[in-house]
Ligand binder design. Structure first.
Ligand code: ACO
Length: 319
């Protein structure tokens, strides 16, 4: 049994905010942001563009790309750190928005690694026979948890959603999810976190980050996670067609591409236009590269992400 990736969809908020627009409000500059991060602009959600709304739109597009109907979906797994409510889960709200009434739906909280975690859980559940037609969605509205006075964090993030439609294949299929590799180390919970949770008073509810520490961990841990994925499958760097990394920062992405001996045109990069959309960044990047024809059926695609927790992981997929 293999988990096939049948369709990918994306949604980005209508409003685009440039670095210059931020520089008019806080003490920063287009040059600083571009040089340190590669980011030129980000999409920022309007009031109607909730995690549920954007996730449902991305899911509809993934279903359309797969030629599948919502009525076939028997599980919805959503990765988000910015749900609309404490509960019901955003996945359940999206289920309702899609008019799906069968199956099950739940959220996963793994910060920027959320999509890789959700993909891994979906793959495991499909292989175990618990579901056959699954939507995995990353949807984030970080603009609502940023301290817009903190120039060290507010320039880095954007909003958006991406989704994949997964389907259980029959025997003998060589395409699909090949393996996933998840890690966490809670000792580093204090270098990247949201200060507080629903109902807690006296907390800012804002994202807090020690950027240098996150950077230090990112390259080493991501390198180990991609090596693990290749070694587990007796593959070498030369077998990879595409790297679709979490889009936090151009410098981290470039370092990973170099480490894997990939040409720059084998690394999907959206951070310049999307900024860091946390759990949405990988499916957003994947959707773009599939839709514009760069990633083709049969290509071997490596995903990797690191985020608050710390959590990190990788996944290998043959499309
Ligand atoms: N504009 C202008 N100056 C700024 C800004 C800004 N937006 N933000 C910080 N600075 C200043 C600081 O105040 C500091 O000034 P000082 O030297 O006078 O004290 C100076 O720039 C350097 O600050 P650092 O934080 O040390 O800058 P650094 O070179 O580390 O770059 C950055 C910061 C871009 C956040 C970097 O640490 C990084 O990329 N870290 C990775 C973190 C990341 O990607 N996080 C995303 C979430 S986690 C994830 O998705 C993997």
């Amino acid at each position: 049994m293999r988990t096939l990736l049948e369709g990918v969809g994306a949604y980005l908020p209508e409003r685009i905010v440039s670095n210059d627009e931020l520089a008019a409000r806080i003490d920063t500059s287009d040059a600083w942001i571009r040089e340190r991060t590669g980011i030129a602009q980000r999409h920022i959600a309007g009031p109607h563009e909730t995690a549920t709304f954007m996730g449902a739109e991305a899911a509809k597009r993934a279903l359309a790309a797969a030629g599948a109907k919502a009525g076939a979906v028997d599980a919805i797994i959503v990765a988000t750190s910015t749900p609309d409510q404490g509960f019901p889960a955003t996945a359940v709200n999206i289920q309702s928005a899609l008019a799906v009434t069968q199956g099950f739906a739940f959220d996963i909280s793994a910060a920027c690694s959320g999509f890789v975690y959700a993909l891994s859980v979906a793959d495991g559940m499909i292989r175990a026979g618990q579901c056959r037609n699954v939507l995995v969605i990353g949807t984030e509205v970080y603009s609502r948890i940023l301290n817009w006075q903190d120039r060290g964090t507010c320039v880095l993030f954007g909003d958006g959603a991406g989704a994949v439609f997964l389907r259980a294949s029959g025997q003998g299929e060589s395409r699909g999810v090949i393996s996933t590799h998840l890690h966490a180390d809670g000792r580093y919970g204090d270098i990247l976190y949201i200060d507080g949770a629903t109902g807690q008073t006296g907390k800012s509810q804002h994202l807090v980050m020690n950027g240098r520490e996150v950077f230090r961990h990112a390259v080493a841990k991501l390198a180990a996670a991609v090596d693990e994925a290749l070694e587990a499958n007796n593959l070498s760097h030369a077998d990879i067609d595409w790297l679709v990394p979490h889009q936090a920062n151009r410098r981290i992405i470039d370092a990973m591409g170099k480490r894997l001996n990939l040409r720059p045109d084998q690394v999907v990069m959206t951070v310049e236009r999307h900024a860091n959309t946390s759990a949405a960044s990988i499916p957003l990047a994947l959707a773009e590269a599939v839709q514009d024809g760069r990633i083709k059926p049969g290509h071997l695609v490596l995903l990797e992400a690191l985020g608050g927790g710390l959590t990190w992981g990788s996944a290998l997929i043959r499309l």
